[in-house]
Ligand binder design. Structure first.
Ligand SMILES: C[S@@+](CC[C@H](N)C(=O)[O-])C[C@H]1O[C@@H](n2cnc3c(N)ncnc32)[C@H](O)[C@@H]1O
Length: 208
């Protein structure tokens, strides 16, 4: 495999991501977007589109964005097969997002932004804030602990690089609830909960 392929591009090329259905609390997040009259959403790190597709079906105008061209290609095929037309954007969430301030009523991002160094995760949180309208709703999930199947090197405090496995070489920033409260300080935090045996921290927040 080419050394500079992003690990998630390789995962999608190898068809190694088995999740096609939305995650368990998807309906509750949709209700929250409706409650706040959200119309236009960003699915940041949409992968193969399981949420992009379903957000669009729920009636939201959705933009799907990801670093993996193969993930976006799979998303596009799924959308076409359901006669849906969604803007898909190839981007790297470790850098400023190619969207204007206040471009979205809601951001949805599951298991994406922790795949980076601390400064890059901070930038992604800042960018989510920037692209949301005031009172816009962010639903973000991040990593609460490491997958113990793999070995890791800690390259900066709370950031670990897997030495093996499919995400080898990709930094993972691991959060605590206290760190989430610190890093999302500009938002109104409505819910921060640890789920999936501690592997996932779920954040529901609004832009002040
Ligand atoms: C665990 S998968 C989750 C995919 C999708 N959110 C879902 O729940 O099905 C992680 C996703 O984050 C994307 N990703 C990782 N780093 C990224 C980055 N720097 N910029 C944009 N997308 C990124 C990967 O390509 C992959 O689609």
């Amino acid at each position: 495999m080419c050394a500079n392929i992003h690990p998630w591009e390789a995962i999608f090329r190898n068809n190694d991501w088995p999740f096609n259905e939305p995650f368990a609390d998807f309906g509750k997040v949709v209700e929250k977007y409706r409650l706040h009259s959200c119309h236009c959403l960003l699915d940041l790190g949409c992968g193969t589109g399981r949420h992009t597709l379903n957000l669009e079906k729920e009636g939201f105008r959705t933009v799907g964005a990801d670093i993996s061209p193969t993930g976006l290609g799979i998303t596009q095929r799924r959308l076409v097969s359901e006669n849906l037309n969604v803007e898909l954007v190839l981007l790297d969430a470790r850098y400023p997002l190619p969207f204007k301030n206040d471009a979205f009523d809601g951001v949805f991002s599951t298991q994406v932004i922790h795949h980076a160094l601390t400064a890059q995760v901070r930038l992604a949180i800042h960018e989510i804030y920037r692209v949301l309208i005031p009172d816009g709703v962010a639903f973000v999930t991040i990593a609460g602990k490491l997958n113990e199947e793999y070995d890791y090197e800690e390259i900066e405090p709370d950031t670990f690089v897997p030495l093996n496995g499919s995400e080898k070489g990709l930094p993972h920033h691991i959060f605590t609830v206290a760190q989430v409260q610190e890093e999302f300080v500009d938002f109104i935090l409505e819910d921060v909960s640890i789920v999936a045996d501690g592997y996932v921290i779920k954040i529901l927040a609004r832009k002040r």
